[in-house]
Design a protein. Structure first.
Length: 319
């Protein structure tokens, strides 16, 4: 059985155990936010470069070909940039490591070794994410060089160009029925934004090569974390959108909570163990500077109806 480990200080770690829930945090408020924009804004430049190397007929906003392509890419860049700046574009993420007893993880994420590491069943998590209706992804992080990053951007830009070649014609034939209708341009713009957002969400499974020691996995939403108050508060209702849009809103609605600090608020959302699988936790490791007695932890777990959880103490030398 494969396990994935989440390192935390005692307050956060036992908060997870008390709540019987994973807390997926807004990645914009973490050290990993750079991964959300790992391919941005370079993806726009690459799309234009590929278009210019092999142009095809393209229309947008009463413009043609390269001028039209530059226009729609610029408008999308402005739109996405504003969404990033005002906090609207983000995702809720929960991080793991393949390693249960790693010094750098204890130091960086578990209160300098005083915290705990919780071992989650990878199979139970994968079963949750692999269900047809799932709105979650569990991804092993790929650690990449800058050269590899450029290769991935090129590959993704080629996919966008391929979609664009027949997209306007498809929109006119299947939706607007009028090439001159303003709605045709609007739908073209919305489709581009959707493709760019998907690329940015996909970037969460990548990280710079310098972090490869972490052996990280991430659990995150397949779609962006929508923050429109009209959508995610109040009564449950149906909104039409791309695949998983309404399902994601249903999960987020009235569930977003906040950690409060002296100068900020940080959104997070709970995913209950009962929504994943009650047997998702298999191990708990005590950090190299953690003073919790084994019997005390056994009593705590029994009082909270946890069964068959293995307790281990770190064997890492700590200096």
């Amino acid at each position: 059985m494969s396990l994935l480990y989440h390192y935390a200080n005692n307050h956060k770690g036992f908060g997870i155990l008390d709540d019987k829930a994973i807390r997926l945090s807004d990645i914009r408020k973490s050290n990993d936010y750079e991964e959300l924009i790992l391919f941005y804004p370079d993806i726009f430049d690459e799309i234009l470069k590929l278009y210019n190397s092999s142009q095809f007929k393209f229309q947008y906003n009463n413009q043609n070909d390269e001028e039209a392509m530059r226009s729609i890419l610029h408008e999308s860049y402005i739109y996405i940039s504003e969404s990033i700046e005002n906090g609207d574009f983000s995702n809720f993420v929960f991080c793991f490591s393949e390693k249960e007893d790693m010094l750098s993880q204890w130091r960086g994420y578990a209160d300098d070794g005083q915290g705990i590491s919780i071992g989650f069943s990878k199979e139970v998590l994968e079963d949750k994410c692999n269900k047809k209706s799932s709105i979650f992804r569990l991804e092993r992080v790929n650690y990449i060089t800058d050269e590899k990053r450029k290769e991935i951007i090129n590959k993704m830009a080629r996919k966008v160009i391929k979609e664009f070649k027949g997209l306007r014609k498809w929109i006119v034939s299947n939706i607007t029925l009028d090439d001159l209708s303003p709605d045709t341009d609007v739908l073209l713009f919305l489709n581009l934004n959707s493709m760019i957002r998907s690329i940015m969400i996909d970037s969460l499974k990548y990280k710079k090569i310098g972090f490869k020691e972490e052996k990280e996995w991430r659990l995150f939403l397949s779609n962006q974390a929508y923050k429109n108050p009209e959508w995610v508060t109040g009564k449950d209702c149906y909104y039409r959108g791309s695949n998983g849009f309404s399902e994601t809103l249903s999960f987020l609605r009235n569930k977003i909570e906040f950690n409060i600090t002296d100068n900020n608020i940080s959104p997070y959302v709970r995913l209950l163990f009962s929504e994943i699988g009650d047997s998702v936790i298999k191990e708990i490791w005590l950090g190299p500077k953690n003073c919790i007695a084994i019997k005390d932890l056994e009593l705590y777990l029994s009082q909270h109806q946890y069964n068959d959880i293995k307790i281990c103490r770190s064997e890492t030398s700590y200096c």
